[in-house]
Design a protein around this ligand. Structure first.
Ligand code: SAH
Length: 465
């Protein structure tokens, strides 16, 4: 098989990035945008010894799982959604199978055990307009006019679109105001190549419960010319609560600057997950799908099985979201988080909820927990630092092994592992299973419909010795 060859192929599987996989004469092809079940005509783009990449040219026979007209007309070109053209129920099955596959292959868990412990994935009833946060890059079109939208997959080409189907409707109104303002006053978008121009990104956050809106404009400079006019236009929107700028003059891919300034209103918006209230500022991390986050945390809480007397450690706690959920049912919660501002937010969130049994430490989980454990052990006559339950919610790379080692030495009754990457989850589960723990329950939660990402909650219990 050679570059530019056209072949017809039946899509039999889905790759980890959502691409279709098919075979021609035993040779494996990866085809972006092809849906499992499609029969498609494809053009070979790149060949390797055992596999190649092809482009979808024509669908000869559409899969029964193919959505006839996707909600977003840009679904295929935009880098935001990878699998919007696959029907939602099939997306869920794909994600569940991905978690299962990783737990088997990487985690070494036998199929019979998985059949027993895996619970059905929790999907969304209405899998659109779910994001409470969006960051829109600004650029310039062929006619020199400012545009905004999303990056095409793997590039920084902007696909003009103010109406993303995963975001809230007010995004469009805000972006149209921004574009109108820029045109009226001749304010240019930032140009990554030359480093010139002014408006880099606009961050929008929306409180699903409170209906409060935050707009943060990332600028290549220190002040927005005619900022008062922009503020006047934006505050016409119902719910506008916080308008800020974040100066970022660095030549970098990092979106936000390292500080922000209030132009109008508050420095934060408030929102709720369940009954817990959170203040969210432009730079804080906050889960982007509030509907599913509540289900995710409820599940973590259910797996933690707290009776009110427990000591719980919540590692990688962010702004304390899970910690505060747990605190209502535990005796004491300790959170550990690496980002200093998030630790400040976590303490503040505890305070505004009147929660006084949650304490937060800044630092790396793999350093703070072992140190605390050793020190406590020394100071208290051999009595070790104690945990009934340990919750971890690490970034994609998973837990550091030093941390896992400390956890198994502390011997909590239960470890609740919240994961955004089931491959590293499986790797860490293997470690814990090798040292006195067994998987009791596992369940995937779909936080990001139409993308290939999936969250998983896994309960491990201490084995009887
Ligand atoms: N549990 C929180 C945040 C999860 S995201 C929530 O649900 O909102 C993972 C968090 O881990 C981020 O806040 C990140 O800053 C933090 N983090 C990354 N590496 C870390 C480390 N080595 N030690 C502690 N926290 C870390």
């Amino acid at each position: 098989m050679q570059k530019n060859d056209m072949v017809t192929v039946t899509i039999e599987d889905i790759g980890t990035d959502g691409e279709g996989i098919g075979k021609v004469d035993g040779y494996t092809l990866f085809i972006k945008d092809a849906v499992i079940g499609d029969v498609a005509e494809v053009k070979i783009m790149k060949t390797k010894k055992n596999y190649g990449y092809a482009r979808l040219m024509k669908i000869v026979k559409p899969s029964e799982y193919r959505v006839e007209s996707p909600v977003c007309r840009l679904a295929r070109r935009c880098g935001g959604c990878q699998i919007q053209e696959m029907e939602y129920a099939r997306q869920l099955r794909f994600k569940e199978e991905k978690v299962r596959g990783n737990l088997m292959r990487i985690g070494g868990i036998r199929e019979e055990l998985l059949d027993k412990v895996m619970e059905p994935i929790i999907g969304m009833e209405h899998p659109f307009a779910y994001r409470n946060k969006a960051q829109f890059p600004f650029g310039t079109d062929k006619n020199g006019q400012p545009v905004t939208g999303f990056y095409a997959g793997r590039t920084h080409d902007i696909i003009a679109n103010t109406d993303c189907a995963l975001g809230v409707p007010v995004n469009k109104e805000i972006l149209e105001i921004m574009l109108g303002f820029m045109k009226d006053y001749g304010i240019r978008s930032y140009d990554e190549t030359s480093g010139e121009g002014f408006i880099r990104h606009v961050l929008i956050r929306y409180g699903f419960t409170t209906k409060e809106i935050m707009v943060c404009i990332v600028i290549n400079g220190r002040q927005i010319p005619h900022g008062d006019v922009l503020v006047q236009r934006l505050i016409g929107l119902e719910g506008m609560t916080s308008i800020t700028i974040s100066p970022n003059t660095r030549r970098t891919n990092v979106i936000m600057g390292d500080r922000y300034e209030v132009l109008w209103g508050k420095a934060f918006i408030t929102d709720y997950i369940g009954e817990v209230k959170y203040q969210i500022s432009p730079l804080s991390f906050y889960q982007v799908n509030p509907v599913q986050t509540e289900k995710l945390y409820e599940l973590a809480l259910e797996y933690a099985d707290l009776k009110g007397e427990e000591t719980v450690w919540d590692l990688y706690c962010g702004i304390g979201t899970i910690s505060l959920f747990l605190a209502k049912r535990a005796k004491q919660v300790y959170g550990v988080e690496i980002v200093p501002q998030a630790v400040i937010d976590a303490r503040n969130n505890a305070r505004i909820n009147g929660i006084d049994n949650a304490e937060f430490f800044g630092g790396k989980a793999e350093e703070v927990l072992p140190e605390y454990y050793e020190r406590y052990a020394g100071e208290h006559g051999g009595q070790k630092a104690y945990a009934d339950v340990v919750v971890v919610d690490p970034p994609r790379k998973g837990c550091d092994e030093t941390l896992l080692r400390t956890i198994v030495r502390m011997r909590p009754d239960r470890v609740v592992y919240v994961s955004c990457d089931s491959a590293t989850l499986a790797r860490d589960v293997k470690y814990l299973r090798g040292d006195g723990y067994e998987v009791e329950r596992v369940r995937a939660v779909d936080q990001f419909p139409h993308t290939v990402h999936v969250e998983t909650v896994c309960l491990l219990s201490k084995k009887a010795q």
